[in-house]
Design a protein around this ligand. Structure first.
Ligand code: NAD
Length: 476
């Protein structure tokens, strides 16, 4: 049921040179389900040669034709969704329903990039003298190295690969070693649809070895990374050293501000659904719940009641609404965050422990009245923990929202337009969604500020990251 995982280099799906492979575990059981090849330098060299050739070939294809091929990739992904969803659930843990939605979203991202790639316009600048034409031409930046994580094996990769391909770049995609097979199926859909094999390689291995080799290599002109802030800063520094352009989609610790005039039921339903989606392993997951003091007790009570309804289990079970954490590291991180909060006097109002005795399940957890010093008020939980604190007025709420170095997503619930406007203007983040969950659509920009990174993974801004401008000034 779980496929063999291979590298794809220069049109051949194959094992790594040297034959080294690492195990892949099912997070619902902790059992080994397969292995993935570990790319050696010879594999990367071959992928780099292919990316160089593939760039020359693919950039010469018209944007119209590139769009047609990308649209076909999206269709293939949709046709194969049922098979790929099962693979994703087995290797990553999320419930099947979420895996299906992710594949549908990945296909939507590819369609969006396919269309948007046809609308990459230059401009004409009025000249100072007669007979002079000043044109700004947009060109693909060149071969791209893309590094994508395990939490959304398809969507995170689809965003980067589709944006790069739609503008005429070639890509070496380093997929997630912990959930590689569904990502490989996405690469297969692109190739089956007609993307030239040299224009898209798929590699896996030791992330640090691959990134340090590819980023420094002269063939690579752009890097795009999604993952933690700490790794992102290392890769951005390396990119800077080699003067490579970079898009960095990094960690967050999204504040959700709930005001006393809010529709509390709507706030609870929407925020809880997004807190426990993918077991909280989402960079825009609401994670610091700041609640106006007068409705704090009511909000916690409703939130806990909703969280109790989450059905934790194997993602293949249709009753399951929250699967395991994707790997053991997250389970240990959750245990440490909860015990630190408990030791520092916070109240564990729900959950707080491991669920079952096999696999990496953790209970939906609600922590109340945590002081600002507890770790979970400062570190992104990246798991099913909601931590809650009261505030008294809007200025205090904004100050707490902005206290951390992160600035990815923020949420707010209020019926006051003036409060909504003030939050939109003053919360330091790349995205804010007020009174609903409106983030992550292909047509909208997606990215952060401060330590959450730079560049965008959505909207027309996503393609900007793969384009450079050239001035052509000419006269007869
Ligand atoms: P991690 O920092 O070790 O790895 C995060 C991701 O970066 C993984 O996909 C990993 O393969 C990759 N990576 C790590 N070192 C790399 C390197 N030197 N070069 C290239 N890629 C590298 O952490 P983890 O334990 O896998 O995940 C935990 C943290 O990562 C979370 O707290 C969260 O902040 C962050 N994360 C964020 C996202 C996101 O969507 N922004 C996704 C996954 C993980």
């Amino acid at each position: 049921m779980y496929p063999s995982v291979l590298l794809q280099v220069a049109g051949v799906w194959r094992e790594a040179c040297g034959g080294i492979a690492h195990p892949i575990l099912n997070p619902a059981t902790g059992e080994e389900i397969g292995s993935h090849p570990v790319a050696a330098q010879a594999d990367l060299d071959e992928a780099l040669l292919a990316a160089d050739r593939g760039f020359k070939q693919w950039r010469a294809v018209s944007p119209y034709e590139r769009g047609q091929i990308l649209r076909k990739s999206a269709s293939l992904l949709r046709e194969r969704a049922e098979t790929i969803a099962r693979i994703m659930t087995i290797e990553q843990g999320k419930p099947l329903a979420e895996a299906r939605l992710e594949i549908a979203a990945g296909a939507d991202f590819i369609d969006w990039a396919a269309e948007e790639g046809r609308r990459v316009y230059g401009r004409v600048i009025p000249a100072r003298g007669p007979g002079v034409a000043q044109l700004v031409v947009r060109e693909p930046v060149g071969p791209v190295a893309a590094f994508t994580p395990w939490n959304f094996p398809i969507v995170q990769a689809a965003r980067k690969v589709a944006s790069a391909l739609s503008t005429g770049c070639s890509v070496i995609l380093k997929g997630p070693e912990e959930a590689p097979a569904s990502c490989a199926e996405m690469a297969r859909a692109f190739l089956d649809a007609g993307v030239p094999a040299d224009a898209l390689s798929f590699v896996l291995g030791s992330p640090a070895e691959i990134s340090s080799y590819l980023i420094a290599h002269p063939v690579i002109r752009k890097i795009s990374f999604t993952g933690s802030t700490v790794v992102g800063k290392t890769l951005a520094a390396l990119a800077g050293q080699h003067m490579k352009r970079a898009t960095m989609e990094l960690g967050g610790h999204a504040p959700a501000l709930i005001f006393s005039d809010a529709d509390l039921d709507r706030a609870v339903t929407t925020l809880a659904a997004n807190k426990f989606r993918n077991a909280g392993q989402v960079c825009i997951s609401p994670s610091r719940f700041l609640v106006q003091a007068s409705v704090m007790d009511q909000f916690i009570e409703k939130f806990v009641a909703t969280a109790r309804q989450v059905r934790v289990g194997d993602g293949l079970d249709p009753q399951t609404t929250m699967g395991p954490l994707a790997h053991e590291r997250r389970l240990l991180a959750m245990e440490q965050l909860v015990s630190d909060a408990r030791e520092q006097g916070a109240e564990i109002r729900l959950g707080g422990g491991r669920f079952g005795n096999r696999g990496y399940f953790f209970e939906p957890t609600v922590i109340a009245n945590a002081s600002l010093d507890v770790r979970v008020m400062n570190e992104e939980p990246f798991g099913p923990i909601a931590v809650m604190r009261p505030f008294y007025d809007v200025d205090e709420a904004v100050a707490e929202a902005n206290r951390l170095p992160f600035g990815l997503a923020a949420y707010a619930y209020t019926r006051s337009m003036s409060v909504a406007d003030k939050l939109a203007a003053s919360v330091e983040c790349g995205m804010i969604s007020i009174n609903h969950h409106g983030l992550g659509l292909p047509e909208n920009p997606f990215g952060g500020v401060k330590d959450s990174g730079y560049g965008s993974e959505g909207g027309s801004e996503a393609l900007e990251g793969y384009l450079v401008s050239k001035l052509v000034s000419r006269t007869n």
